[in-house]
Write a protein that binds this ligand. Structure first.
Ligand code: FE2
Length: 211
C-alpha cells in the first residue's frame, strides 16, 4: 500500500526580521529635521569620507546628543521603536531573554543629492540598526519594480543561499523610502542605497542600537 502524506509543513528557518513603521502627523517634525540637517550640511564637517556613502553629506554619529527639541523628539521615537523591535526580535531568536537589555542608541544624518548612493554594507558595531526618512523628493513616483532610484536594497544574509542559485531566486529585496517611514533590522542585514537621481535633497537619519 502506498503511504499518503499525513502532514506537510514548510517552515521558514532563521528568517530575518525587518520592521517597517510608519508615522502619522510627522510633517512638522520632518520639516524641523530637514531644516536642521540642511544647516548641518552647510556648516558642519562632512564625515562622508571613510563611510560607505558615495557622495552626499554624512554627519558625525552624535546626532542624538544635540540640544534641539526636534532631535529630542526624534530620539524618543527611535528609542521606542528600537525597544519594540528588539523585544520582538529576541522573542523570535533567543531561547530565553538576554540578561542585560540596557540599550544604547546613536544616530547620524545623511543628505543625498542627485547621483549619490551607498555601498552594500552592514553595521558591525551594533546589534540592531535602522533608518528613518525625513524627506524623499519624488517618492510618490518611485516604485522599486520599474525605477528603484534612491531605494534601499537588502541582500539575502544567508551566505550559503547564494550557492548554486536556482533560476529567478531572489537575493535582494528593495524597499521604497517615503517621509515618515522607519525601518529596523538586525545590524548584520546587508543593505545599500541605489543611486538617487531625483532633484533636491533626500534626507534620512540612520541609527544603531547596542544592548
Ligand atoms: Fe546602513
Amino acid at each position: 500500500m502506498q503511504p499518503t502524506v499525513k502532514a506537510n509543513d514548510l517552515a521558514l528557518h532563521f528568517a530575518t526580521p525587518m520592521m517597517q513603521r510608519e508615522y502619522d502627523g510627522a510633517d512638522d517634525l520632518n520639516r524641523a529635521l530637514s531644516k536642521l540637517l540642511l544647516g548641518m550640511e552647510k556648516n558642519d564637517r562632512n564625515k562622508v569620507s571613510g563611510t560607505t556613502n558615495v557622495g552626499g553629506y554624512h554627519s558625525d554619529t552624535k546626532l542624538f546628543e544635540r540640544p534641539e527639541p526636534e532631535i529630542a523628539a526624534f530620539r524618543t521615537l527611535v528609542q521606542e521603536a528600537v525597544v519594540d523591535f528588539t523585544s520582538a526580535y529576541i522573542q523570535e531568536t533567543c531561547s530565553e531573554p538576554p540578561s542585560n537589555l540596557k540599550m544604547r542608541v546613536w544616530g547620524w544624518g545623511i543628505v543625498m543629492r542627485k547621483g549619490d548612493s551607498n555601498f552594500q554594507h552592514v553595521h558591525p558595531d551594533a546589534r540592531v540598526s535602522g533608518v528613518y526618512y525625513v524627506s524623499v523628493p519624488g517618492w510618490e513616483k518611485t516604485h522599486s519594480l520599474d525605477d528603484p532610484q534612491g531605494s534601499i536594497m537588502f541582500c539575502d544574509p544567508r551566505p550559503r543561499a547564494h550557492m548554486n542559485r536556482h533560476e529567478n531566486q531572489l537575493t535582494e529585496i528593495i524597499v521604497d523610502p517615503k517621509p515618515g517611514l522607519m525601518l529596523l533590522f538586525p545590524s548584520y542585514y546587508e543593505h545599500a542605497v541605489i543611486p538617487f537621481r531625483g532633484g533636491g535633497a533626500r534626507i534620512s537619519i540612520a541609527f544603531n542600537g547596542y544592548f
